[in-house]
Ligand binder design. Structure first.
Ligand SMILES: [Zn+2]
Length: 286
């Protein structure tokens, strides 16, 4: 096998494994954030017997498979959703890394300033994808959304803007951010309008759920190298949780409305794209 092929496989596998580990952390986030508990401190424990879990019980995916989906101490079955969320996050990261395959040799060349910045941007993008996974899951569990995800996306966007400043100019970064915020708000407006047409009430909860997704689409997706793949990753985030979590309160209507909304957004996004890129050419000089 060629050296580049081996390195490509290594790059994708590493990103996927990283996704699985992050997914394991997200299980904690999804469980604790709605209860207002800290995600930094405190040990994980069995939901049935309360036994504190050791390192061997907490290896993502493998512990669940190895223990046959049962608690090591009380043998109570452990819900399969943990392994589902871990593998799902791995899958989202895998999809995202595929878009970067042809560029990974550049990204991994960390001795050069530009490539170091690109690698930083890659990692920031993955973290935003992870935050969207947990945002979606909390919504499906509790029918709640948090503006905190917008704050998180906003901070990540500032970080990524700093990357753009390093690679291009301050003017380009500011213009890009401003356009993206506007596009995100337009997208949310369209989804709200779409809900209204379908006679579904558009609540504050819907707004805080949709805004980070729209912003991901408008800013991070566009910012990443493999644009089509980050788009596939965001589509997966909208649809797959509904398919893999059959045991939760499945809201068919919400699923249909947001899936239609997403399709519509992508069509509009495609049209805006032409305009958007022409506008950006005048600012971005890479
Ligand atoms: Zn137990």
């Amino acid at each position: 096998m060629e050296f580049y092929t081996v390195l490509s496989i290594f790059f994708v596998v590493l990103t996927t494994l990283f996704g699985i580990v992050i997914g394991s952390f997200l299980n904690v986030v999804i469980y604790r954030i709605p209860e207002g508990r800290t995600i930094v401190k405190g040990h994980s424990m069995c939901m049935s017997c309360g036994h504190e879990l050791g390192a061997l019980d907490l290896v993502p995916v493998f512990s669940w498979l190895f223990l046959g989906g049962k608690c090591r101490y009380c043998k109570a079955p452990i819900a399969s959703r943990y392994i589902k969320i871990e593998s799902f996050t791995g899958l989202v990261f895998l999809t995202f890394s595929l878009g970067h395959i042809s560029y990974q040799l550049d990204i991994l060349n960390l001795y050069d300033k530009m490539h170091l910045v690109l690698f930083g941007a890659y990692c920031v993008n993955l973290l935003v994808l992870a935050s969207l996974v947990s945002s979606m899951m909390i919504y499906y569990d509790k029918k709640r959304s948090f503006y905190g995800y917008c704050v998180f996306s906003g901070c990540a966007a500032v970080l990524l803007s700093a990357c753009t400043v390093l690679l291009s100019s301050f003017k380009a970064a500011a213009a890009y951010l401003l356009i993206s915020v506007s596009v995100a708000l337009i997208i949310v407006g369209i989804i709200a309008l779409f809900s209204k047409i379908l006679r579904k009430k558009y609540t504050k909860t819907d707004f805080w759920l949709d805004l980070p997704f729209a912003f991901y689409y408008a800013y991070f997706g566009k910012m990443s190298i493999g644009y089509e793949y980050s788009l596939i990753a965001s589509v997966m985030l909208f649809i797959l949780p509904r398919l893999i979590l059959k045991d939760t309160k499945y809201d068919k209507y919400t699923a249909i409305v947001s899936t239609c909304g997403l399709v519509l957004v992508n069509i509009i996004g495609f049209i805006i794209n032409q305009f958007f890129d022409n506008l950006l050419v005048s600012f971005l000089v890479f």
